[in-house]
Design a protein around this ligand. Structure first.
Ligand code: UDX
Length: 427
């Protein structure tokens, strides 16, 4: 069993650390945020992730998971160092590698014993970053590091399950010994393992997120066109899926994609491509399509209700999707703003994301239940695919609302259970 330092305890770092500790390794977590460290030490995860709390409690209890807000002695005790810090968007859309450089510098300083260690880059970084940014920082320390890139493919809300049961593992490394050492950490995971170069592994992560986002943007465009031509998207989707070359998953139209990955990764890839003299017009179009898609939900409400001035609109789902409390790039933010600009009173509800949403958009009234949000509302937009929303039926809307108009922005409500409700969907 190995000793592994995990730097950065956001959803990726914490899920990776807990999964590796559950697999029998000794994990030493580092994060510069003291509040986060305190919560993790008390087995109280700082964000909503299914199954994380009991798994965290277990690995802390058996002494396989320790955390601190300093790099020492965590790094010096470790054979492997996983870099899991965030790479957010700068204002121009480019990847902000500030936290990455700071973390790499701290790792290099902490590796004072000059023992050979393996540094694994899990943060999403544009191709070339590990070689041109991280390697020089590590080399300057004089400590002998092996370097690898091992992108994560975790879905928020399912991060722990996705780490424990990956459907593929991609490892980019300069040499096969390093790749095999990292592969061994993930045993007994039974899934394809793809060994490649650093740069290719970095690119595979962007390729995956880019393609998935493209599918969503395509589904949204298609659904908008279905509306124009008076055709049912569901039927078109069924017909589309008959082509064996087209995988029907990830083609659910709605109000657009959000979250901490798709928007920022596509922006970063587009800006990096541009910086290298290539104009990524398709990526730019995907971002434009997605930036505008949320308006369709607002327009559907207007087409049913007329002016939204002084109308009460319930916004169900404030997180960027169901299963998480993350509101980063949540489509609920532009939807709420657009509704307010039109003079509507917005009442938001989410099973777990209300606190985070309130910080992002303070002037939205927050309800503590679905019923409270819907009470006396003129209209409703379902923005996130929480299971509790998928279970709603006509009675849930007809009781609290006089003449319910509901826009299903995630295609989760069952039309055949909505008798008496004016249900609108995109496409
Ligand atoms: C994504 C990738 O799935 C994951 O592999 C990667 O590591 C991180 O980015 P995540 O951001 O957690 O994961 O969410 P995901 O479930 O992929 O959904 C992203 C967004 O697309 C959400 O806003 C979701 O509502 C939207 N979406 C997804 C659609 O609108 N339609 C779909 O068919 C699928």
């Amino acid at each position: 069993m190995a000793s592994i330092a995990v730097i950065g305890l956001g959803p990726t770092g914490l899920a990776t650390g807990v999964a590796l500790a559950s697999g029998g390794h000794r994990v030493l977590g580092v994060d510069i945020d003291s509040n986060r460290i305190e919560r993790i030490q008390n087995a109280n995860p700082p964000f909503h992730e299914a199954g994380l709390k009991p798994a965290l409690r277990r690995v802390i209890r058996v002494g396989r998971f320790r955390v601190a807000n300093v790099f020492e002695p965590m790094v010096s005790e470790a054979e492997f160092v996983f870099l899991c810090v965030g790479t957010p968007s700068r204002d121009d859309g480019s990847m902000d590698d500030g936290a990455l450089k700071t973390a790499a510098t701290s790792v290099a300083k902490a590796a004072i014993d000059k023992r050979r260690r393996t540094l694994v880059v899990k943060s999403t970084v544009v191709p070339g970053t590990t070689e041109t940014v991280i390697r020089p920082i590590l080399d300057s320390s004089g400590a002998p590091f092996r370097i690898a890139v091992n992108p994560e493919f975790l879905r928020e809300g399912k991060a722990l399950a996705d780490t424990l049961h990956p459907d593929r593992i991609v490892i980019g490394a300069g040499d096969s010994v390093t790749a095999k050492r990292i592969r061994a950490l993930y045993r007994p995971a039974k899934c394809p393992v793809y060994l490649t170069t650093l740069r290719t592994a970095e690119m595979i992560k962007y390729a995956t997120n880019g393609f998935l986002a493209t599918k969503v943007a395509f589904a949204n465009e298609l659904a908008n066109l279905c509306d124009v031509f008076g055709v049912s998207y569901d039927e078109v989707h069924r017909g589309l899926a008959l082509d064996p070359r087209i995988n029907p998953r990830f083609l659910i139209p709605g109000v657009g994609f959000g979250g901490s990955c798709f928007p920022k990764d596509i922006r970063a890839l587009a800006v990096a491509g541009q910086a290298h003299g290539y104009d990524p017009s398709l990526l730019r179009a995907i971002l434009t399509q997605n930036d505008q898609q949320f308006l369709r939900a607002v327009e559907l409400l207007e087409s049913e209700l007329g002016s939204l001035r002084a109308k009460r609109i319930a916004l169900l789902g404030l997180a960027f999707k169901g299963g998480t409390d993350d509101v980063r790039e949540s489509r609920a933010v532009p939807i709420a703003k657009a509704l307010k600009e039109r003079g509507a009173v917005v009442i938001g509800y989410d099973p777990v994301a209300t606190t985070n949403f309130h910080k992002a958009v303070p002037d939205v009234v927050i309800a503590t239940s679905i019923e409270e949000a819907l009470k006396d509302a003129d209209g409703c937009i379902v923005q996130a695919d929480w299971p509790a929303f998928a279970k709603l039926s006509a009675a849930d809307f007809l009781k609290p609302m006089a003449a319910p108009v509901v826009v299903d922005g995630r295609r989760i409500l069952k039309p055949n259970r909505m008798k008496g409700v004016r249900l609108r969907r995109i496409g």
